[in-house]
Design a protein around this ligand. Structure first.
Ligand SMILES: NC(=O)c1ccc[n+]([C@@H]2O[C@H](COP(=O)([O-])OP(=O)(O)OC[C@H]3O[C@@H](n4cnc5c(N)ncnc54)[C@H](OP(=O)(O)O)[C@@H]3O)[C@@H](O)[C@H]2O)c1
Length: 289
C-alpha cells in the first residue's frame, strides 16, 4: 500500500472549496482529493486546476448520501490506509427569496450541513493518522451569539450549546428538535433563530468542540480540529455579493488544514477569516459578517 499523505476537500468543485484546493495543491506535501457530488463538475474542476499547473485527484462524494460516503471511505482506506487532512466545506444555503416552507428548508439544511458533515466525520475519522488536521467551514452565522435574544428560551438554548459537557447525541437531538419545531411553527418560542442556515452552522461549530474533546482523548497523537468563518465571499452561495475573493475566503481554512505538527494552538477553536481566534460562546466577533 502506498504510504502517501492524503488530503480531502468536500464540495470542492467550485467556490471556497475550489479555492482551498488551489492552496492545498500548492502547499500540501501529498495527494489532494477534490471531491464533489457531481462527477462531471468534479472532473471539470480537476481540469481547471490542471490548467493552472496544479495536480489533484477526483473522487465522487455526496455528503448527503450514505452509500457515497461509505464508498469513498472504503476507497481511501483500501488505496492509502489513512487520511491526513479533511476539510468539511460542502454545504447548502437557501436564498432569502426561497419559497419552500420553513420546515422543509430546515429539514434539508440540517440534513446536509449538519448530519451530512457528521456522517463524513464518522466515516473518515477512523482513518485519520497521527498529526491529522480537520477543518470544518462554518460561518459567521455559526457563532453561538447568532442564537440571539434575551428571553429564557434563547438563553437556555445557548447554555445547552455552550456546555463543555454537551455530547454528540445531545447535539444531534437538539438539531432534530429544531427541524421538528420548524415544521410545527414553534421554533421561535423555543429560542431558535428564524434561519435554518444559522441553526445548521451553530450545529457544526458546536460539533467541532465535541470532536476536539474526542481528539484530545484519542490514542492517536496530535489530531487537531478547528472551524472557521471564511468571510463574506464572492461565490454562488452569496449570489456573488460577498466582498472577499475566493482566494481570501480560502485562506483561513487552508491555514487550518496545513497547521504544522504539534502546534499548541489553535486546537478546537473557532476562527475568523483573518485567522484570529474568536470566543465562540461569548464573542465578540470582529464584525457581523
Ligand atoms: N460564501 C460565503 O460568503 C460564505 C460565508 C460563510 C460560510 N460559507 C461556507 O463556506 C462553504 C463553501 O461555500 P461557498 O460560498 O463556496 O458555496 P458554493 O459556491 O455554493 O459551493 C458549495 C459547494 O458545496 C457543494 N455541495 C453542496 N451540497 C453537497 C453535497 N450534498 N455533497 C457534496 N457537495 C455538496 C456544492 O456542489 P454543487 O456544485 O454540486 O452544488 C459546491 O461545490 C460552505 O460551508 C458555506 O456555508 C460561505
Amino acid at each position: 500500500m502506498a504510504m502517501q499523505r492524503i488530503a480531502v476537500v468536500t464540495g470542492a468543485n467550485k467556490g471556497i472549496g475550489f479555492g482551498i484546493m488551489k492552496e492545498l495543491c500548492k502547499k500540501f506535501d501529498g495527494v489532494v482529493y477534490l471531491t464533489a457530488r457531481d462527477e462531471g463538475r468534479g472532473h471539470a474542476a480537476v481540469d481547471e486546476l490542471a490548467k493552472l499547473g496544479l495536480t489533484a485527484r477526483f473522487h465522487q462524494l455526496d455528503i448527503d448520501n450514505a452509500g457515497s460516503i461509505s464508498r469513498f471511505a472504503e476507497y481511501i482506506k483500501k488505496t492509502y490506509g489513512g487520511l491526513d487532512v479533511l476539510v468539511n466545506n460542502a454545504a447548502i444555503a437557501y436564498k432569502n427569496a426561497a419559497t419552500e416552507p420553513f420546515g422543509e428548508q430546515a429539514e434539508n439544511t440540517i440534513r446536509v450541513n449538519f448530519f451530512g458533515t457528521l456522517a463524513v466525520c464518522h466515516a473518515l475519522f477512523p482513518l485519520l493518522r497521527p498529526h491529522a488536521r480537520v477543518v470544518t467551514v462554518s460561518s459567521s452565522a455559526g457563532h453561538l451569539r447568532r442564537i440571539n435574544g434575551d428571553e429564557p428560551a434563547a438563553t437556555a438554548l445557548r447554555e445547552k450549546f455552550a456546555s463543555p459537557s454537551l455530547t454528540e447525541e445531545e447535539l444531534c437531538s437538539l438539531m432534530k428538535q429544531f427541524v421538528e419545531k420548524a415544521k410545527d411553527g414553534t421554533w421561535k418560542a423555543s429560542g431558535w433563530p428564524g434561519s435554518t442556515y444559522i441553526a445548521s452552522k451553530v450545529g457544526v461549530s458546536a460539533l467541532t468542540r465535541i470532536q476536539h474533546r474526542a481528539f484530545e482523548a484519542d490514542s492517536r497523537p496530535d489530531l487537531v480540529i478547528n472551524d472557521c468563518h471564511p468571510g463574506y465571499v464572492d461565490t454562488d452561495m452569496t449570489s456573488h455579493k460577498g466582498t472577499l475573493t475566493i482566494e481570501q475566503g480560502a485562506a483561513c481554512p487552508a491555514y487550518l488544514a496545513l497547521l504544522p505538527p504539534d502546534i499548541k494552538e489553535p486546537r478546537g477553536q473557532y476562527l475568523w477569516h483573518d485567522k484570529q481566534v474568536v470566543d465562540w460562546v461569548n464573542g465578540p466577533t470582529p464584525a457581523a459578517y
